[in-house]
Design a protein around this ligand. Sequence first.
Ligand SMILES: [Zn+2]
Ligand SMILES: [Zn+2]
Length: 332
Amino acid sequence: MMLCVNCGAREAEGGPLCRQCTAALLVVREGKKQRIEVCPKCSSIHVGGKWYSADSTAPLARLLASSFHFENASHVRVDEASLDLGSSTIRGRATATVKGVDVSLDLEREVFVARVSCPVCNRVTGSYYESILQIRTYSGSNRKLLEEALSVVEETVSARSSDPSSFISKVEWLPEGVDIYMGRKNDGQRAAAALRSRYVSTVRVSKRLAGYREGREFHRFTYSVRILDLSRGTAINMGGKHYLVSSISGSAVHLVNTGDWREEQVAPQEFFTRQWEQSSVQPERRRGLVLARRQGETDLMDMSTYRVVTARGEAQSDEVEYIVFREQAYII
Ligand SMILES: [Zn+2]
Ligand SMILES: [Zn+2]
C-alpha cells in the first residue's frame, strides 16, 4: 500500500494523493453576478436567450455553473438547480471532477432578477403598457451607457416586486437609443427620476389618449430621458465662450474655460438652461511622455512627432493623453 504524499495517513488512489487530499485541490471562486428575467404574470423565466415556463432546471444549472470559477477541476456538472425568488438566489448541487476524483458540493449564488413580461403573456394581453421610457444620449448612440441605464431602470422596476402590474413588457433597441415599455405609469416616472439623479440629463413627459377604460379616459405617458455624454476634452461653446468638458458626474458638469484655463462647475439644471453647442472645431488628441512636472504645467514629448511641448495641467502618470486646442496643449 502506498500512502498519500501529502497527509501520509491515508492510502494514495490513482496518483500520489489520497481522495481527500485530491478533493482539497478544488478551489471555487465566485465569478460574475448573473442576471435573469422573470415574468411577473406566469413566473416563466428567461435565461440563456430562451423562455422556460415549466422545467427550468437545466438552464438554471448552466447559469449557476457559469457564475463560479472552478480551479483544478477537469469537469463540472450541476444538477438540481432551482431559483428562490424571495431571496433572488439559485441553489444547486454540483459534482466536480478533480484528477479523476468526484467531489460533491452545494452551490448558492445571488442573481439579479429583472421583471419582464414574457412573449406568451404579451400575446394574451397585447403587450400591455401604460408608459414608455425613451433613453437617448447626446452623442447619438452610446450602447454601453444605454445598457447601464437600462439596468438602472430594471432595478427600479424590480424594487416593486410585490406589485404584479409592475413589469417591463418590452425593450426595443433603436439606432438612436432604447425604448422601454412598462406596465405601470408610475414605473416610467420613477425610472425617469432614477436616471435623472444618476446622470446629467433632461426629462420630457408627454401623454396621449390611448382609449377608454370603464368609461374613463386612459392615457399613455412617454418619458424621454436624454443623457449628456460628452466625452472628456469635447469643446463646447456656451454664451460666446469656449470650454472643454473635463468630466460629467451625476451632480455637475465640470468645464475648463479656455480663455483663462480656469475650471468651472455647472449644475445640471443651469447647464441645460444656458445656450450651448458643441464647437465645430474639436481638439486634436495626442499622446505624450512626461519629461518634467511643474506647478500647473507639464513638459511632454509628443509620442509621434518627438517634439517637446509644454502643456497646461498636471500629469497623473508618465504617459498621458493631451489635447491641443486653439494652439494650447492641455492635459485634461
Ligand atoms: Zn492525503
Ligand atoms: Zn408570462
